[in-house]
Design a protein around this ligand. Structure first.
Ligand code: HSE
Length: 298
């Protein structure tokens, strides 16, 4: 009658794949409890960690749960408890974790009537509440794990992309909040053709490199000429952190989702830990508070 779940944090965009590519972190995320209740409807009964609305219609987890609830015909309801560890506005898929957690848990309690793509469809409604736009590049990796590519939103088509065995991510999160809706608003609506060509060459190459475990090609493909030049201005010391990661052996680095978190990819745990130290050294010399994680990409 109740299920406790871990809903993972995710890194969207991965430099060259704005709004389509993402990967899942294996050790950072929210805990949630979903419970069947006699009272019909969706009821958020507990929120710990951050101050978020209890009204289901105003809460990301609630909105995705309501979308799923409208698609089923049952004489009971669901209670949702949210133990939020991922800070909203941190750039590692906080809203996606909430949106995915409620529908994943409800689906389990219902005997899994929906597949993961259908769950993503419900979760998109919750995600849209936070970012004012329907995108699934955090939702898909949170539900499917590993790397995913969102081929299209309508109809929703998600591709699972393999991860090389030895691929690790280091994520540093300076403690400032950047709202996804705001960091989307600063992006130009048009992309010069030359930049578009470079970006899709990089994205195609990165996907190929992930399939073939070609670390050198991963490294050569992790570039973002479309979004990073604009958003990086919102992130304190972005260039220094990125440079520190690259100098100390990262395959590549960039903005995690809509920021302010910065990710880097590394071959092997030892390299990832070295890069972790280099990235954190940049913020340690300032008064910017931060947290940092190393995670294997499975
Ligand atoms: N692709 C989205 C963006 C992810 O960069 O705006 C943020 O959640």
């Amino acid at each position: 009658n109740e299920i406790k779940i871990f809903s993972p944090a995710t890194v969207a965009n991965v430099a060259c794949g704005f709004d389509v590519l993402g990967f899942c972190l294996d050790n950072v995320g929210d805990d949630m409890i979903i419970r069947k209740t006699n009272k019909k409807g969706i009821h958020i009964t507990k929120i710990e960690g951050y101050d978020l609305p209890y009204e289901a219609e105003l809460n990301v987890a609630g909105v995705s749960a309501l979308a799923m609830y409208a698609a089923i015909d049952v004489d009971f309801g669901f209670e949702i408890e949210i133990y939020k560890n991922i800070k909203p506005g941190s750039g590692i898929g906080s809203s996606a974790a909430s949106a995915v957690g409620s529908v994943f848990g409800m689906n389990e309690l219902l005997g899994k009537p929906f597949n993961k793509t259908q769950l993503t469809e419900f979760a998109i409604k919750g995600e849209a509440l936070a970012s004012k736009c329907e995108h699934a590049d955090n939702l898909a990796p949170a539900l499917f794990g590993g790397f995913t590519l969102v081929k299209s939103i309508s109809p929703l088509q998600i591709l699972e992309i393999p991860s090389p065995d030895d691929l690790y991510a280091t994520i540093i999160h300076p403690q400032i909040e950047i709202k996804t809706s705001e960091s989307r608003a600063i992006l130009p609506k048009e992309v010069p053709l030359g930049h578009a060509i470079e970006q899709w060459a990089n994205l195609g190459s990165l996907v190929h490199a992930l399939h073939t475990s070609d670390y050198k090609l991963i490294s050569n493909s992790l570039n973002d000429v479309v979004v990073e030049p604009h958003r990086s201005q919102l992130i304190p010391k972005f260039s220094l952190v990125k440079e520190a990661a690259l100098i100390h052996g990262a395959l590549g680095a960039g903005i995690s989702g809509s920021g302010p978190s910065i990710f880097s990819l590394c071959k092997g745990l030892e390299a990832a830990n070295k890069v972790r130290e280099a990235m954190q050294n940049v913020y340690s010399k300032t008064d910017i508070a931060f947290d940092i994680h190393v995670s294997k990409i499975n």
